[in-house]
Each structure stands twice: as structure tokens, then as C-alpha cells.
Ligand binder design. Structure first.
Ligand code: ADP
Ligand code: MG
Length: 694
């Protein structure tokens, strides 16, 4: 149960004065539906009214404050729709305050003739005279508190004004309770960081650009809180999962030895290392929960296969889940020879299998005839019962978040788990997204891979590209042509895949196919299969092909509007070619002119094929928010922390979280109690639930 001291923060924002259902919906979009969402929304800028020039020296267009004498009210003639003017002055000159549709009595009240007033706003020049229309503030200099010198500016949304948002946040801050400190006092001292409440209030009251920076001490402290909550939650999940079943799987190498003899190549050092990690985990009595990261083509499948052989040697079954039907069938095809050599039985189960065939597979699974089951998410349907499932491997799973992983492995038996992803993720990011797992990385590719010739070419040379494509397909080569979106979007000016399909069909004839994200699964699979068989020579696609389909004959990858893709995504796409022994090329078509960052990003791609290097560069160039993209559901979205700049804090938070768990695994100490509040504050109720009752 959430500590009651936090209740004021977890109230709906409609409890705030001036926030009715309509405003609540707008704030909900800009920040979130609860009070806590407001306090966790940092200001993006500030208004500074400390600049107090004389009228004659006041620049136009900049927020400032003038100290003036009110000379004369100049109301519009009755019935005329002219503005109401108030003439003011100081010793250097005159300024006219301009009000449209103003109430005279109100203006006379706040601007009495002959009195001195502070007015704040922006000066404009109109017909050679200085004026200020609708000043933000008009105050009595004897009451300085009536005008804030500094005001935070929050991210807004259409229909939500800065003032309304500011007032809502100010009220939310009044609800901030005094919480027991969850950070280590000596650590706070060493860093010169304030306590939480003080930091929170300071973050919302910036007085300079420096204080708005992510590196400001208050911002660092609050970012660290968020990162610590993230790491602590992941470690709690990990601990609960590892404890959830103990089983030691040790094989006798008999099957693996046979497979090794049949293998047409030697495993790379990186593959051997990954296997060592995996065997050690499987052998340990705790449950394996490991992430295997490796670039496209780095040879993860064979690693998975050897792990499954080790399981089979000890009599346990394995399941390998692929994200698509076609990938599952490719696994079956590529592993059959080795499976025969080792003497194990493969089975396959996808959404396509129905009726008697499916029943037969299920029966063989239940009686243990099938050693290794390949398939899609159909593997996890309720009626799929294994005789003795010891190992689950999930391939290309970067679309799943930690919560989904937890859900998946909470169902049914709890075998060892290996997750494989071909998306190289910067170290810091993988710690936030996969911090609940152990990590292995395959950083080396099998020998003999030819580099993919990568070029950047402006869109206006598309005719040349099409001509080249005609020659290549006549030579029997195959190509991918990737477009960013399915439908033409006027706003983004993206070339639609459908339109490109039409133009390429006109130029190249019937050998052109189209596959996109909005197609039904079986239709998509059918097209992919025709490409895979060589019936289709040029496959126009949205990024659905990102997921690891292997078409060895494909040697050309053309990516339209490459500047709009993430680098990791481009790298992934490029990895679709260069798989066979023929020379491959990748053409990054961009819309000129390119900005500096975009140019730098595309250059990274030309210079290296190391996905990990590319991922780190992308993070550096674009920042975490962009690298992940809204669609990448697997990554946590931080509100106060920015992984691109707070990487060092993340590493510290990881160490801190490990120490906390080692000393006080159930968060029962005084600090532990405070840390529970921290977890609730950042919505990690899922992790708190795993603790024994405090
Ligand atoms: P990915 O990591 O993208 O899943 P795959 O497992 O599909 O990569 O491997 C890509 C190709 O490389 C396959 O054809 C596979 O047989 C081959 N391969 C894997 N390991 C090696 C190796 N050590 N030496 C040579 N070829 C290898
Ligand atoms: Mg693969």
C-alpha cells in the first residue's frame, strides 16, 4: 500500500483550484492526470523580469520591467472600437500602454493618474512611438511581491496557457510533503545536493538559465532520484525472478559435440564467450535471465541452438520464439541440418498451424518427442503444454518492455530465459531498459563478411538510382526499397510507400512488391516469402523488414528519407544486405539540404558497421528521447533524467541500488522505508509488490 503521506500527490489534478475537467484534460496531455505529474514536470524555460531599463533605453521584444509615472488615461471615443491608452513616462521619455477591449474602471483602479507603477512586459515600436500592449504585470512599487521577478515556463499543449499551467504547478507544489530522505546523506554532501523537497521547490523556481540546465545541482539530484528508482525497481524484479525457480541444467556435451562436427564453420570468440555465460547460468541453481545483444548477422541463432542442445542433453525441452511466422520458419530451415546431426527433434508451432497438425505437434510436445519447439507467440497459448520446459529463448524481442517480460515469464512454468536482440543499445540505455537481466554482447562478426558499400545520395538523383536498379535486377540481384511511412502525410512531406510502389512498378515491371505495417499478418508473410523465393526482385517496404528476415540474394538496400530514421534503425536495415558472398551496397537517399546533425549522423553510418559504436554515437548526437522514439515501447521514459547527459549518474545509481539490495533486500530499514516512498513516487508499484510486507 502506498504510504498515506504521498496521497496529496496522487490525487487527481481536478482537486486543484481552477482545474476543471476541461483544463484537466489539457494538463493531462502536457504533464499527466495526477498532482505528482505536475511536480515531476520540469520547467523548460523562464521569464526574467529583473531587467529594469529606462524607457529611452528599453529594447523592443524583450521581457523587462519599467518604473513609470502614470500621466493620463486616454479612453477611446464612445462606440468606437479603438484601444484604450494610458500615457506613462519616466525622466527619459514616454510610453503608451495599450489595451484592447479593456474595462475603464479596472484600468483606472490599477493605474491611477499621478502614481508610480511598475509595469512588466515587452516594448513595441508603433508609428515611431514606444508602447506596451497588455502588460503582464502592473504593480505598486510598495508591494514588490505582487510581481514575480522570475517565472517558470512549462511545456504546454494547444489551448493551455502558461499562466494556467503555472498556477496549477504552484498549487501542486504546496502539496509536496516532507518525506524522509532516501538518499545517502554523505553522498548528498559529497555532491552538494539539496534535500528532496528543497530540490523540488528549487527546480520549479529557476532564476537563471544555468539553473534550468540538466547539470544544475538540483536537477542532478532529482534525476538521480529517478534513476535510483529505476535501477532499484529493476533489481527487485530481477531478484524476485531469479528466486522464482531453481534448477540446474547441466548437459554431458554429447549432442553439442555432434553438432560441432557438423558445423561448417568455427564459432567466433564472442559466440564462445556468450555460450560460456549461458552455460554457467543454466548450471547455476538460480534461474537464468539473460539478454544476448548482437548485431544483425553476428550469429545469435547458433548460440541459441547450442544452449538448447545443452538443455536437451539434460532431458529438458526448449522453446525459441521469433517475432514473425516467416522468421520462425527460417529458423526451422537453417537449424534442421544441425538438429539431424545432433539427433534431436525440432517442432514448429505458429498461428498458421491448425487442426490435426497442431494437435499432433501438441501431443509430441506433451510426451517429450519434440526437443526444441520453434514458433511465434503462439508458443505461449494456454493449451501448449510441454513435458519439461527448461529453456525459453525469445529472439528479436526489443519491442517488449520489462513489464511484458515479467508477464510472459509469470505464466506457467518458469524456465531459464534468454532474450536475444539485434538492436545494439548503448550501455547506459540497456541498463535502464534491461537492468533486470544479465547481459552478454556479441561484438564480433563471423569472419569473411564483406563491408556494405554505403553512400549518401540526394533525392533528386532518384532517376539514376532507378536505372541502376534496373541493371542490377537484370543481373539477378534483389533489392529492398524502404520508405518511412505508409500514407502520404502532408505535414511531414514523406514519400508514401504506396506511391513509390506505383512509380517503381511503372519503371521495373511486375517484379516489384510492396509490404507495409498496415497489412494483415498472413498477407505480409506471403509477400515476404515471394521475395525470399526470388519471385519478387524489388521489395518496397516500410520498416517492417527491420525484423531479421534473411534473404541472402538481396544485395541492395535503398532507404528513402534516411535522415528521418534513427541511426540504429538504419544500421539494422543495412544489416539486411551483405549476408551472402556477393558485394552489397546501401544507398541512403536524403532530402537536401541536410542539417549539421543529420549530416554527422549519416556520416557515422558510412564510417562504421559496428552497431554498438553507431548506437553510442546516435545517443550522443540526438539525445535519449529521440534515439528511443515514441514507438520503442521497451524503454522507460524519464521525466527528470536524461540518459544522454546523466549517464554517469546512472552508473552510480546502479551501484547504489546493488548495495541497497545487498544490505536491505526487503527495504525494511529506515532508509528502506524511505526508498519505498521513492518507488511509489516514480510509479514503480510493480516492484514494491515484490517485496515481502514491510
Ligand atoms: P543474427 O545474429 O542476425 O541472428 P544469424 O544467427 O542469422 O545472425 O547468423 C547470420 C549468418 O551467419 C548465418 O548464415 C549463420 O549460419 C552464419 N554464422 C553464424 N556464426 C558463424 C560463424 N562463427 N562463422 C561463419 N558464419 C557464421
Ligand atoms: Mg537472428
Amino acid at each position: 500500500m502506498r504510504p498515506s503521506i504521498l496521497n496529496p500527490l496522487f490525487a487527481d489534478i481536478t482537486v486543484l483550484t481552477g482545474v476543471g475537467p476541461k483544463i484537466a484534460a489539457l494538463i493531462g496531455r502536457a504533464a499527466g492526470p495526477r498532482v505528482v505529474d505536475l511536480i515531476l514536470t520540469p520547467p523548460a524555460g523562464l521569464v526574467d523580469r529583473s531587467f529594469q531599463p529606462k524607457i529611452a533605453e528599453a529594447p523592443t521584444g524583450k521581457t523587462l520591467t519599467l518604473r513609470v509615472t502614470v500621466n493620463k488615461h486616454d479612453p477611446p471615443p464612445k462606440g468606437r472600437r479603438l484601444p484604450y491608452k494610458v500615457i506613462c513616462s519616466d525622466e527619459t521619455g514616454f510610453i503608451t500602454l495599450v489595451y484592447f477591449r479593456a474595462r475603464a474602471d479596472y484600468l483606472q483602479n490599477i493605474l491611477p493618474e499621478g502614481e508610480t507603477r511598475l509595469i512588466s512586459g515587452k516594448v513595441e515600436e508603433f508609428n515611431g512611438a514606444r508602447q506596451m500592449s497588455h502588460p503582464d504585470y502592473v504593480t505598486d512599487p510598495d508591494k514588490p511581491d505582487d510581481m514575480p521577478i522570475f517565472e517558470p515556463i512549462y511545456p504546454l499543449t494547444a489551448g493551455l496557457t502558461a499562466g494556467v499551467m503555472r498556477k496549477a504547478v504552484a498549487q501542486a507544489l504546496k502539496r509536496v510533503p516532507d518525506l524522509a530522505e532516501w538518499q545517502d546523506e554523505s553522498w548528498l554532501k559529497a555532491r552538494d545536493w539539496p534535500h528532496w523537497k528543497k530540490a523540488m521547490l528549487a527546480m520549479h523556481a529557476p532564476e537563471s538559465q544555468a539553473e534550468l540546465s540538466a547539470m544544475a545541482p538540483t536537477r542532478q539530484r532529482l534525476a538521480y532520484d529517478e534513476l535510483l528508482a529505476n535501477q532499484l525497481a529493476l533489481l527487485l524484479i530481477r531478484k524476485a525472478r531469479i528466486k522464482s525457480r531453481g534448477r540446474s541444467i547441466v548437459g554431458d556435451n554429447s549432442l553439442r559435440n555432434k553438432a560441432r562436427k557438423a558445423l561448417p564453420f568455427a564459432l567466433t570468440g564472442a559466440q564462445e564467450q556468450a555460450l560460456d555465460d549461458i552455460y554457467t547460468d543454466m548450471k547455476a541453481p538460480e534461474r537464468m535471465v539473460r539478454l544476448l545483444q548482437g548485431d544483425v548477422g553476428s550469429g545469435k541463432t547458433i548460440v541459441a541452438f547450442f544452449a538448447m542442445l545443452a538443455a536437451a542433453e539434460s532431458g529438458a525441452q526448449s522453446a525459441l520464439m521469433a517475432p514473425t511466422e516467416i522468421l520462425a520458419r527460417q529458423h526451422l530451415e537453417s537449424l534442421s541440418m544441425l538438429a539431424d546431426a545432433a539427433g534431436i527433434t525440432l517442432g514448429i508451432l505458429t498461428g498458421r498451424d491448425k487442426g490435426s497438425q497442431r494437435r499432433a505437434t501438441l501431443e509430441k510436445l506433451a510426451n517429450g518427442e519434440i526437443d526444441v519447439l520453434l514458433g511465434t507467440h503462439a508458443l505461449f497459448q494456454d493449451d501448449v503444454v510441454f513435458k519439461d520446459l527448461g529453456l525459453v529463448i525469445i529472439d528479436e524481442q526489443h519491442r517488449f518492455g520489462v513489464r511484458q517480460r515479467v508477464a510472459l515469464t509469470q505464466k506457467g512454468p518458469k524456465p531459464d530465459l534468454l532474450v536475444m536482440t539485434a538492436t545494439p543499445i548503448p550501455r547506459t540505455l540497456s541498463l535502464t531498459a534491461y537492468g533486470d537481466m544479465d547481459h552478454s554482447r556479441i561484438t564480433e562478426k563471423p569472419p569473411g563478411r564483406k563491408p556494405v558499400d554505403t553512400r549518401t545520395i540526394p533525392m533528386n538523383r532518384i532517376e539514376e538510382i532507378i536505372a541502376g536498379l534496373r541493371r542490377a535486377t537484370a543481373n539477378g540481384e534483389q533489392a529492398y526499397w524502404v520508405c518511412p511511412l505508409v500514407e502520404e502525410s502532408e505535414v511531414l512531406d514523406l514519400t508514401a510507400a504506396e506511391e513509390r510502389f506505383e512509380t517503381l512498378k511503372a519503371a521495373l515491371g511486375d517484379q516489384v512488391g510492396l509490404v507495409h505495417g498496415k497489412m494483415a499478418g498472413p498477407d505480409k508473410d506471403a509477400i515476404m516469402e515471394r521475395f525470399y523465393n526470388g519471385e519478387i526482385k524489388v521489395l518496397i517496404a516500410t520498416t517492417v523488414i527491420e525484423v531479421g528476415v534473411n534473404a541472402p540474394n538481396a544485395t541492395i538496400m535503398i532507404i528513402e528519407h534516411a535522415e528521418r530514421f534513427g541511426l540504429a534503425q538504419l544500421h539494422q536495415l543495412r544489416g539486411r544486405v551483405g549476408r551472402g558472398d556477393k558485394k552489397s551496397s546501401c544507398i541512403l537517399l536524403y532530402k537536401a539540404p541536410l542539417g549539421e546533425t543529420a549530416k554527422a549522423r549519416l556520416n557515422v553510418l558510412r564510417e562504421t558497421e559496428d552497431g554498438f559504436v553507431i548506437a553510442e554515437e546516435d545517443l550522443r548526437l540526438r539525445g535519449a528521447g529521440d534515439v528511443l522514439g515514441a514507438a520503442q515501447s521497451g524503454f522507460p521514459r524519464f521525466r527528470l533524467a536524461d540518459i544522454a547527459v546523466h549517464g554517469e549518474l546512472l552508473a552510480a545509481a546502479r551501484d547504489d541500488a546493488e548495495l541497497i539490495i545487498r544490505r536491505d533486500a526487503d527495504l525494511k530499514s529506515e532508509r528502506g522505508e524511505a526508498l519505498r516512498a521513492l518507488l511509489y513516487l516514480f510509479n514503480r508499484d510493480d516492484a514494491v509488490k515484490l517485496l515481502s510486507a514491510g
